[in-house]
Design a protein around this ligand. Structure first.
Ligand code: DQA
Length: 144
């Protein structure tokens, strides 16, 4: 199984940005955590990050054919990017939305996800483990 993980703006600043919300671990720690999980469970995982909307779309369009599923943390784009919504709708692999923080318990604008209707599931509020829940969901989906 191959999973493409795409992270949106400011996630490269993990450990620096609002550690009381996002934790003290760095983006590098997140990537290593995901790759180690993949190795342990024999899942091929590739992880990308971009601060730019168009680049996120390019990453998805240029790579999705090699993958069985997409795990995406669109970060702030979650709340307003119809371009990323359209991009996810246009690919024929399942996508799962993830967030480190509990977006339901924060500012009102974070309660809205324009990405959600393009995804098969959504996991949030568990820090790095939100990604693992998303990967497990895709794995279960593939095996049923
Ligand atoms: C986030 C939540 C978003 O609202 C925010 O803009 C982010 C990170 C999360 O992982 O909790 O940048 O996607």
């Amino acid at each position: 199984m191959n999973i493409l993980v795409v992270n949106g703006p400011n996630l490269n600043f993990l450990g620096i940005r609002e550690p009381e919300i996002y934790g003290k671990q760095s983006y590098y720690d997140l990537v290593n955590f995901l790759l180690a999980y993949g190795e342990l469970h024999r899942i091929d995982i590739e992880v990308y990050q971009s601060n730019h909307e168009g680049e996120i779309i390019d990453i998805i369009q240029n790579n999705y054919l090699r993958f069985d599923g997409l795990v995406i943390n669109p970060a702030a784009f979650t709340h307003y990017s119809y371009a990323i919504y359209d991009c996810i709708k246009s690919i024929n692999i399942p996508a799962v939305e993830v967030h480190l923080s509990d977006i339901t318990q924060r500012e009102d604008f974070r309660k809205i996800s324009v990405i959600e209707p393009a995804c098969v599931a959504k996991f949030y509020g568990k820090g790095f483990n939100s990604y693992i829940e998303a990967i497990n969901h895709l794995q279960k989906r593939m095996n049923t």
